[in-house]
Design a protein around this ligand. Structure first.
Ligand SMILES: O=C(O)c1ccccc1NCC(=O)[C@H](O)[C@H](O)COP(=O)(O)O
Length: 263
């Protein structure tokens, strides 16, 4: 069993428990439920930098990254740094995040917010909407073709954009469908935790042009982005590189300035 299998097994239990405690009607009547979502895919298409900056306290690969964060301040810092959007990890057990983090980020910024979660059930889409998300992540490694179809169509019907994440060609082939907005290639091997930009480079040509391409994980330098841009990547998801610093917003600002200055 790899780490993703463990996380997903726990997630099924967590969702079953929540379903018993909180009815979907509570989400459907929340103030944020009817809010019109912001498009991350459009923001990435129009951006020179394409940075999606992540809020991440800890992770299975790095354990503690930054336990002393104020998510509202981090969100404001990322927005004023010029990030196109923010990814907010909401998993508690493995990443130290929460739905409250998403809510606090929503209350602090107007930019598109991605709920970074291990989504296995439509219930989590309603949660995402009610807590201010604009985008949800679906991970091909843990979902069947039919599950991706049902979840992505439901997400879009709720006004949520969909970022579909793959690690290899097989996952990509089973996932391509019209109800996706962005295709993310994760550079992290979830068995070894090794990161390699070659994963993004190898899969790029097989991603149809209608999807915005996003490269995820292990990006720690401006030169890495400059290496990936010729492969058609418009989005770059960066967590640890910003979060390991005392002020993630300032780290993002310096990074984005350096990236756009070189253009
Ligand atoms: O980050 C991990 O260790 C991890 C382990 C297992 C499943 C997912 C994991 N990370 C989620 C992510 O996709 C990253 O947080 C995101 O791409 C940012 O990566 P990084 O810039 O390397 O922090």
């Amino acid at each position: 069993m790899n780490i993703l299998d463990k996380i997903v097994a726990d997630k099924h239990k967590e969702v079953a428990l929540k379903k018993a405690l909180i009815p979907v009607s509570q989400y459907e009547t929340s103030v944020l439920f009817d809010r019109k979502g912001k498009s991350l895919s459009n923001a990435l298409r129009q951006s020179a930098s394409g940075i999606i900056a992540e809020h991440k306290r800890r992770s299975p690969s790095k354990q503690t990254i930054n336990q002393n964060t104020n998510v509202g301040q981090v969100a404001k810092g990322y927005e004023s740094a010029g990030a196109c959007g923010m990814s907010v990890l909401t998993d508690i057990k493995y990443f130290g995040g929460s739905l409250e983090d998403l809510l606090l980020a929503r209350a602090s910024v107007a930019m598109p917010l991605l709920r970074k979660e291990f989504i296995v059930d439509e219930y989590q889409l309603l949660e995402a909407k009610a807590h201010g998300a604009d985008v949800i992540l679906l991970i091909a490694a843990v979902l069947t073709h039919q599950e991706i179809k049902t979840l992505s169509e439901t997400a879009q019907s709720l006004g949520l954009e969909v970022l579909l994440e793959v690690h290899n060609q097989e996952e990509l082939e089973k996932s391509i469908m019209p109800s996706l907005d962005m295709l993310g290639v994760n550079n992290r091997d979830l068995k070894t935790f090794a990161v390699s930009l070659d994963t993004s480079k190898t899969l790029a040509a097989q991603i149809p042009d209608e999807f915005v391409k996003v490269s995820e994980s292990g990006i720690s330098s401006v030169s890495a982005i400059q290496e990936l841009q010729p492969y058609g990547y418009k989005g770059f998801l960066i967590g640890e590189n910003f979060m390991k610093t005392e002020c993630p917003g300032t780290a993002a600002k310096t990074f984005i300035e350096s990236l756009t200055h070189d253009k």
